[in-house]
Design a protein. Structure first.
Length: 580
């Protein structure tokens, strides 16, 4: 999901555009085998030298903040657009595309270099293209720039797929969180990228044999599934860093559908999941009206990914922004089931409570059947002291069976792995996903083979508990505004930035938590400017709006940029060791 208010780190990328000469693509390859590079050499769409990249980013204050996070570019970057053969969620032949980002320059930027396979987050528009560095209007552009700044500009060969169902792919749907399809597709993308490198490209770099895997949100699930699949196939993985992904898919689904723990972005994520599994398995419903309210059922299967942005989907009423479930609690006569279906107490779980309203996205009958099955075969990860693995019994609900099939519990990584996320994440439940994997891999965590990073910053030396970051920042805003109610918008914005940064000053500079603190201060300051311009001046109202802006920007871009800081530092240790 892409928020309306952008954190400083992502906002900085507004200055980054490709320049320099492109090169035409080469000869088309008619082979249809999965993993085939369809055009060799692939088209070079842009080239930025190190100085141009640094100058563009350093031209704004937000860009300077990004440089402080990613570090000054050590290399220039060539951007190539490549296409490859793969298969869809039902094993049907198809193709997909992506970006190949190559470092250019002197020492540390040429010759044999490590490969970083990147798997991107949820995208709404079918035209998503992570190679579109010259087009800031493309949904894939921001992630392209982030990968260039954090990794390609520091000597990594970045391979980033758009996924089947996006850009030039003819597949009419996207196999969202389909672990088998997406992991196999990443193997195909990597094979095609390696074929492009072997064919010779202007940057003159080559694969040094090290492979790093990382991805965010949906891409966190894809990255972990890819790590698992590669090790199962005997492929070498140097290290991996899945970030803020839905790994425990069945537990995550149960938390939402059986317990009402609705997150932000649910009206985008949940239909993508259902559409994907319907195409793969064909048994989630007979018609969309079996699942969705009549308000939304017609045409919903073709909406995501599609031609509309998230804001257009919401503003035109094609999807609800927040109302996932009906606020009128169903009465089934089963006390336990009725309690599970009830809307959560807004004072205890304000984010989830926002997901209940009318007209709701899902039909009560669909949710009731799901919840009934979840109560019959519960997932122990949702029970205090319960078994962290999915239930051994096969669920009766087709959707729960599909979620269990794509759940990533039940394997152990051999290569080192870092899990990164944020405890306060309102989109992807951190305790259900990241902490569940941490518990399952407790021996690997104890030995240091698996590292777990929570990017939420400390507050005066103490970790903020789940759900508190937004209220903490909102409280700071209220104090600042009450202290100087007649100050201008610019003065209040600057004071809020300083106050938030000061509050989190115990967080080490240069760390992932430090990056998160910078992002929180930036979003809070931008939100004060924005809402003051809308005529909001009262301290309590500004505090509420700023807290909402923090939650809207938390999963992306705040946590992502902070986790990129963690991943960059984590991978750098392995690259250094390989050179010794």
């Amino acid at each position: 999901m892409r928020s309306i208010l952008m954190a400083g780190a992502a906002g900085a990328l507004l200055a980054l555009t490709g320049c320099g000469p492109g090169t035409p693509g080469g000869t088309a390859n008619p082979a249809t085998t999965a993993g085939t590079l369809m055009q060799a050499p692939p088209l070079r769409v842009a080239s930025l030298n190190r100085d141009d990249l640094a100058a563009q980013l350093g031209a704004t204050s937000d860009g300077q903040q990004l440089l402080a996070m990613a570090g000054a570019p050590a290399c220039g970057v060539d951007f190539h657009y490549f296409q490859y053969r793969t298969t869809g969620g039902a094993a049907e032949p198809t193709s997909a595309s992506g970006a190949l980002m190559l470092p250019t320059g002197g020492a540390g930027c040429s010759g044999p270099r490590p490969v970083l396979l990147y798997t991107h987050g949820t995208a709404v528009t079918r035209g998503y293209n992570i190679a579109a560095i010259n087009d800031p209007s493309n949904e894939g552009w921001a992630e392209s720039a982030i990968m260039a700044a954090f990794f390609a500009a520091h000597g990594y060969i970045v391979v980033a797929s758009n996924y089947a169902g996006y850009d030039s792919s003819p597949l009419p749907y996207h196999p969202y969180t389909n672990a088998e399809q997406q992991s196999h597709e990443m193997v195909d993308a990597l094979a095609a990228a390696r074929a492009a490198l072997a064919a010779g490209l202007p940057a003159g770099v080559s694969d040094n044999g090290q492979l790093f895997i990382t991805g965010y949100s949906e891409g966190g699930h894809v990255a972990m599934a890819t790590h698992r699949a590669m090790e199962a196939a005997g492929m070498h993985v140097t290290a991996a860093a899945p970030m803020s992904g839905p790994y425990a898919m069945l537990a995550f689904g149960d938390a939402v559908f059986a317990h009402g723990d609705v997150g932000f972005g649910g009206s985008i994520y949940y239909p993508l999941v259902i559409n994907s599994y319907q195409h793969a398995y064909g048994n989630l419903y007979a018609t969309p009206a079996d699942v969705y309210d009549a308000t939304y059922a017609n045409g919903i299967a073709a909406l995501l990914p599609g031609q509309y942005s998230a804001s257009t989907l919401f503003s035109t009423g094609k999807l609800p922004m927040l109302a996932i479930f009906d606020s009128a609690t169903p009465r089934t006569g089963d006390a336990a089931l009725d309690a599970a279906l009830a809307a959560p107490d807004a004072t205890l779980n304000p984010i989830a409570a926002l997901g209940f309203g009318q007209p709701a996205l899902f039909r009560n009958s669909f949710r009731t059947a799901y919840a009934r099955d979840a109560l019959a075969t519960p997932d122990g990860a949702l029970q205090p002291g319960g078994d962290l693995m999915p239930p051994s019994a096969e669920p009766a609900s087709p959707m729960r069976r599909a979620l269990k099939k794509n759940d990533l519990r039940g394997w152990q990584p051999r290569a080192p792995q870092m899990l990164c996320g944020g405890m306060n994440d309102p989109d992807v439940n951190y305790p259900v996903n990241t902490l569940t994997m941490q518990g399952l891999w407790a021996p690997q965590v104890a030995s240091g083979q698996v590292r777990v990073v929570d990017v939420d910053p400390t507050s005066h030396g103490e970790r903020a508990s789940a759900g508190q970051v937004a209220s903490v920042v909102g409280g700071i805003v209220a104090q600042v505004v009450m202290a100087a109610p007649e100050a201008s918008s610019a003065q209040q914005s600057a004071a809020v930035r300083t106050a938030v940064a000061s509050y989190f000053s115990a967080t080490p500079a240069g760390s992932a938590q430090g990056a998160m603190a910078l992002g929180l201060a930036s979003v809070a300051a931008q939100a004060v400017d924005y809402f003051r311009a809308q005529g909001v001046t009262r301290a309590d109202e500004l505090a509420t709006h700023v807290g909402e802006a923090i939650m809207a920007n938390y999963h992306y871009p705040l946590v992502q940029t902070a986790c990129e800081v963690a991943a960059q530092a984590y991978f750098a240790g392995f690259v250094k060791e390989a050179k010794q």
